[in-house]
Design a protein around this ligand. Structure first.
Ligand SMILES: [Zn+2]
Length: 367
């Protein structure tokens, strides 16, 4: 019995081992050629950016607004448009994602954290990452401000693993490596690998008054490395904190893809930031009536690295500064179809950007 058994077991064992090795190898070899997907989900002037690895794991930065907020109200008799959380779940499902492995909450403003409670009720979420306690005090008698939102957020994430990160902390997810470069008003002390040069334009760029609330400069920002490709997402980090990242010495280095800060508001995106990071592609998550400011679009248009610039919406407040229609996902200032911008980022630095409205794809070769 043992002889037969051995004879039988050996080939079967070898075959199983080979099959197992093939199972292990096949996805790895395949994944190396597959892109990281970065989706700017249209949450109507809020923020929700989905990163999906070649292996299908997902990291979401912010969850947009609570239901009923953001965007224009529906016309009489029309159903309300989908909530931010519904849009996020739909965008994830389109990429085969049924779980958010990491949810990064950049800061506690309504357009970023407001959609978190509903999102958690609609899709499994793993670890939640944030900058720590809310820092913005409410005006006397104010309700619905960051202090209230933070309390609601804390209640909603109860039971989820929570990680508070500081500038300099890192996170690995499949082939992605995130380095948090800003958080709670602090920035990384040392230049990232490849950075460290002097940034042009620092002396000529005065500081800007801090308006818009204390949580903006406290927002979490990070650099993603994926193979040789680099992506910068500073959420709503403001002008002066950005300057601390690049002036007088650049601590960030060049990036391939820039997710333009703060919905393209002129409270952020100083010329030195854009000069130091030299993006090749820049995506602006503006709303129809929020962000996409002419000053920022002009800074990008005249940047030394001449980035290709895409907008999530036509910016109605500065019509003359908009990109041509093929580079804008949503043209209508009213209730729109919520088209996304989707970037595919390859490990060699090559990228594509797809306009969810037209289906057109533009390709950018490796650097
Ligand atoms: Zn915002």
């Amino acid at each position: 019995m043992s002889v037969h058994g051995l004879k039988f077991r050996r080939p079967l064992g070898a075959a199983l081992a080979a099959f197992g090795a093939a199972l292990l190898l096949a996805p790895a070899v395949h994944a190396a050629d597959k892109p990281l997907q970065v989706v700017l989900i249209d949450v109507e002037g809020g923020a929700a950016t989905l990163f999906v690895t070649p292996q299908g794991r997902a990291l979401l930065v912010d969850a947009g607004w609570p239901a009923g907020k953001g965007g224009p109200p529906p016309a009489a008799g029309q159903a309300p448009p989908p909530s931010s959380a519904e849009r996020i779940v739909a965008a994830a499902a389109k990429l085969g994602v049924r779980k958010i492995d990491y949810l990064v909450v950049s800061h506690y403003h309504l357009d970023h954290v407001g959609g978190v409670p509903e999102l958690l009720s609609r899709i499994p979420v793993g670890t939640v990452i944030d900058h720590g306690d809310n820092r913005e005090t409410s005006a006397p008698g104010q309700t619905g401000g960051p202090a209230d939102l933070y309390a609601g957020y804390q209640a909603a994430i109860a039971g989820h693993p929570r990680r508070v990160v500081k500038a300099g902390d890192t996170l690995a997810l499949d082939g992605l490596s995130l380095t948090f470069v800003a958080g709670d008003r602090a920035v990384i002390a040392k230049a990232l690998p490849g950075a460290g040069g002097a940034t042009p334009g620092c002396a000529a760029t005065p500081d800007k008054d801090q308006i818009g609330g204390e949580e903006n400069p406290r927002a979490l920002g990070f650099v993603v490395s994926f193979g040789r490709a680099r992506i910068l997402d500073l959420a709503d980090v403001t002008w002066n904190v950005e300057k601390a990242l690049v002036c007088p010495v650049d601590r960030l280095g060049h990036v391939d893809l820039l997710l333009v800060s703060h919905h393209g508001s002129a409270l952020s995106s100083s010329p030195p930031l854009i000069a130091a990071t030299a993006p090749r592609v820049a995506l602006v998550a503006n709303g129809a009536r929020k962000g996409g400011d002419a000053e920022v679009l002009d800074t990008l248009r005249t940047a030394p690295s001449a980035p290709a610039v895409w907008q999530l919406h036509f910016a109605t407040r500065s019509p003359e500064a908009n990109r041509p229609a093929p580079y804008i996902a949503n043209l209508d200032g009213g209730v729109d179809a919520g088209y996304p911008l989707t970037a595919q980022v390859f490990g060699d630095g090559a990228m594509t950007v797809a306009n969810g409205r037209t289906g057109d794809v533009e390709r950018y070769p490796a650097r």
